[in-house]
Design a protein around this ligand. Sequence first.
Ligand SMILES: O=P(O)(O)OC[C@H]1O[C@](O)(CO)[C@@H](O)[C@@H]1O
Length: 249
Amino acid sequence: MNILQTKGYDELSQKAAEFIISKVRQNPEIKLGLATGGTPQGLYDKLIHDHKQNFTSYQKVTTFNLDEYVGLEKDHPNSYHFFMKKTLFDHIDIEPSNTYIPNGEVEDLDAECLRYEKNIEELGGIDLQILGIGSNGHIGFNEPGTSFQSMTHIVELTQSTREANARFFNKPEDVPTQAITMGIKSIMNAKEIVLLVSGESKKEAIKQLLSEKVTEQFPASILNTHPNVTVIVDEEALPKLELNAEKGA
Ligand SMILES: O=P(O)(O)OC[C@H]1O[C@](O)(CO)[C@@H](O)[C@@H]1O
């Protein structure tokens, strides 16, 4: 795992944006895996800024989002469909038909999971997956205990994840109880992964990740076994001294 440490959130977002922009410029038909949540918002702002200033084009880019709540309509302000439109897609030149997000509104959710995996496979797989991490180590909505062999599936959200995400909803009880998420294997199938880790609330999570102990009780730990992962982490999540200690410096 390559670790890139930044001073704060703004620098983290900038570094992540530079990384992604260079990949998009190298391969204009890149398949990007996208994440939601608070962490990538700064990155998406920087991508929009760059698109307007430097005209980086997303016309041929395809995106796959990690997850979606079950039961929220696409235009519900808390759905990840809505989040992606408002936070990124509406502000760049991407073709809406090239943006894939699991559909949490369908009746047959199992069929939707299969369909989503098939879409990814038929389009040649994900080249670069952007990830955030939950404070309990979840990636996508894969909670502790999820099989490392899992593909896209339906999950019951843990109380701690519902509480962490309650800040985006009017009332804590409005947070859905289920989500549809790419599985750990679907994430690991990406050719390259960039994990963004920001803020004090992620201190324990990054520490556990860097301990290199691989266990299904801490889903992100599997990233230690992927051949091409870059972690961009700010000093609030990982103070400089601790990084040096991890490296044995
Ligand atoms: O970036 P945040 O808001 O801390 O969320 C961390 C992770 O939790 C999720 O939002 C799911 O709860 C992921 O999509 C995200 O990567």
